[in-house]
Design a protein around this ligand. Sequence first.
Ligand SMILES: Cc1ncc(COP(=O)(O)O)c(C=O)c1O
Length: 420
Amino acid sequence: MRGRSPKSSYRLSWMTFSEPHPPTAGQLPAALARRFGGRGDVFSAMDRAKADARRRHGHQLIDLSLGCTDQPPPPQVMRAIVQQLGQRSSAAYCLHAATRPLRARAAAWIRRRFGVVADPDTQVLLLVGSQEGTAHFPLAVLEPGDHALLLDPGYPSHLGGLQLASARIQRLSLEPEDGWRPPFASLSHGERESLRLMVFGFPHNPTATVGSQDWLDEAMAMASRHEILVAHDNPYVDLALEGEAPCLLRSPGWQERGIEFFSFSKSWCMGGFRIAFAVGATPLIQALQQVKGWIDFNQSLAIQAGAMVALDNLEDWPAHLRSLYRRRRDHMAQALATAGWPMAPRPMALYLWDHLPRAAGAMDSLSFCLELVRDTGVALTPGSGFGTAGRHHVRLALVAEEPRLTEAAQRVGAWLKART
Ligand SMILES: Cc1ncc(COP(=O)(O)O)c(C=O)c1O
């Protein structure tokens, strides 16, 4: 049983909340700091640096640090949302039963897309974003101190969810030399036996690796042998530029121990609308539904109306995003190479991910990104925000038009040249 901190530390640390910047993890109340360690520091440091850079560079700030597209959602989706928005029901709380139409559409999409049958009543759940789902899921299935496997680097909500649930986290480092393939085979028998949950997702943010069905099959086979639950986050299922995105629902065993998270944010550019869904084993869906029942009232029916149009009529729409991101990727890789920082094109849309340039010298990824945005007004994401395995890498999101990407590459190139 962990000891509780004295109440006075709460009083002292809460006082820091009145400061102009958000607290760093070191300033958090003891209970939160114990759970979250230093994880928030990278993103809040970048947030502050971007705010300073915005003051200094004004609209010259080029923010390539967020995986939030600059593209609008499909017009058909917007029309459906606007039409439904005027209905009183769109402003009301939405209980689980009222999400049935969306769950049915999700199940139909799963069937067409992957040839998998899922029951909309027991195996599908509406989410307020896949971030929300992956962050809450561990609370639904873990006891404090349960062991859970996490990829490093990995998406922050996967770590945050495990920390919220007070899990004991076992990190599995991904290596560029292995093509970022998770080395499941490196886990000892004892480690496998101790695991209760594995959380990961391919196509993978931040490494922009598509992954392969074999990798998921391997994970699922291990999970079945050792009675481990598997949570697979799949918001980029439509954004593989090379190869095919894997899908947990195609791996045998998901109906016993798997749950997969899909999102409207990336495929249909609806990130700000906060809508997603999970498909998985009935007990896992029920457990997550119960946790969410204490936390939210689902998404507005207006947003659900837009999402249903996307699933019903716009299954092929993400193809145009793939062409757009492929063009931007190739353009930016070329522009950066010309600027003296060759970054290899990645097989997944939306991101470039590579080592820091040689001119960074001994800097880690956070110092590099902080100095870069301060001096040039170009914001990238430090790889360390995704785990220690990312500390010598940066991520660049392809969320600006080509001329703006060229401008970013030129500014970065001039800055690097001045340092050598
Ligand atoms: C792996 C991963 N999961 C989840 C999310 C968030 O998705 P949503 O907008 O559905 O919450 C992102 C966003 O970048 C992501 O990269």
